[in-house]
Design a protein around this ligand. Structure first.
Ligand code: SAM
Length: 228
């Protein structure tokens, strides 16, 4: 087996990496580092290596990593797990899956949730099938639209709440209205080295929306001034 450090293939030691990048946080619950850099303080990115599980279940320690980075769900309101699969029931967690055999609390389509769930949940988690083939072959479903799932997620999440969408090796350059993209974390799955990506969004509060409008207005004024 190759040892990237001992075999001198990677020249930097982890300590050098740490001191060079003060915005980096090493994780306790997995091998990985995430960054919030001073020139981009609004965005967390990173690379995490984590052990996979069978049936496309969340990798080991997935929720623990999110809690390590974003903290536990505050004083805890309800959370929602869409495309919940084998996720176990627990208090304050609404599970939603289209397949009744997975025994979710709510059997239904994550692209169209009950109307009276608007602004209900502190955190929205979603782990849909990643492509048409796995949707049909592994789960016996159609591939849901990620943008529709996210749009419903944004509706049912409270302002100030967080949304976590786990996908395959993609960076979805889109966010639903009323949310801000605040992170993208790459997972390398052990042992098959497949890539997954956690897309993180913040449901805007009125204050955040106001700040975004101010920033946009300043941008347009700057552009206008450059023409005058
Ligand atoms: C990758 S698995 C989720 C695994 C889950 N994270 C776990 O740890 O067990 C995908 C799940 O999405 C469900 N699913 C597929 N389409 C759906 C839809 N439109 N709405 C809700 N659930 C859906 C499937 O039935 C399957 O259980």
């Amino acid at each position: 087996m190759v040892d990237l450090i001992k075999d001198n293939i990677i020249k930097k030691t982890p300590d050098v990496v740490k001191s060079k990048y003060p915005g980096g946080f090493f994780l306790d619950n997995a091998t990985g580092v995430v960054f919030v850099s001073s020139n981009s303080p609004q965005y967390v990115s990173g690379q995490i290596r984590i052990r996979g599980r069978k049936n496309g279940q969340y990798p080991f320690g997935y929720k623990e990593i999110l809690e390590e980075i974003f903290g536990k769900c505050s004083s805890c309101g309800e959370e929602i797990e869409v495309c919940s699969g084998w996720v176990k029931k627990k208090p304050n967690l609404m599970t939603v899956d289209i397949n009744p055999d997975r025994d979710p609390i709510h059997i239904g389509d994550g692209q169209s949730l009950p109307v009276d769930w608007t602004n209900r949940f502190e955190r929205w988690y979603c782990d849909p099938p990643y492509n048409k083939r796995t949707a049909e072959k592994m789960y016996g479903t159609q591939l849901p639209s990620w943008t529709k799932l996210l749009t419903e997620g944004a509706r049912v999440t409270k302002p100030g709440g967080l949304l976590f969408l786990l996908l395959g090796d993609v960076n979805l350059q889109w966010h639903p209205q009323g949310t801000t993209r605040i992170g993208w974390l790459v997972l390398s799955i052990i042992p098959n080295q497949e890539a997954r990506a956690i897309h993180v969004y913040l449901k805007n509060t009125d204050a955040i929306t106001e700040r975004l409008i101010q920033k946009e207005t300043q941008y347009h004024i700057r552009n206008l001034n450059s023409y005058l």
